[in-house]
Design a protein. Structure first.
Length: 110
């Protein structure tokens, strides 16, 4: 699941000598359902196999990095249109239940 939202729009225009376009800041999150859950038997809880957790972590990292590198590639490929785009660093989110996520943002001149 991908979620995106506008965090802010700066309408300041600078001054007459140095006009500035409006700038928007957009936040983006990617959530992936990859982590195994443990099992309950009666009142006993058995956590997931450590090898499964390791593999889920590895795969979610690959997915997150591919997503982030895809955004970098998109900006570079469309440099004429995206010249004013500035991509933030990628931050991990979660895990939250079986989900793990990544968050980044970017700003651009409108």
């Amino acid at each position: 699941m991908v979620a995106a939202w506008v965090e802010s729009v700066d309408h300041s225009v600078g001054d007459l000598r140095f006009p500035r376009a409006a700038t928007a800041t957009v936040g983006v999150q990617l959530w992936v359902d990859t982590f195994p859950l443990g099992e309950w038997e009666g009142e006993s809880y058995y956590p997931p196999d450590p090898d499964l957790l390791h593999e889920a972590s590895r795969l979610s990292t690959i997915i997150g990095q591919s997503w982030y590198l895809g955004m970098i590639d998109l900006i570079a490929t469309n440099a004429e249109v995206c010249a004013s785009w500035q991509l933030d660093v990628m931050k991990p989110l979660g895990p939250d239940g079986t989900f793990v996520g990544w968050e980044t943002g970017f700003s651009l001149e409108l």
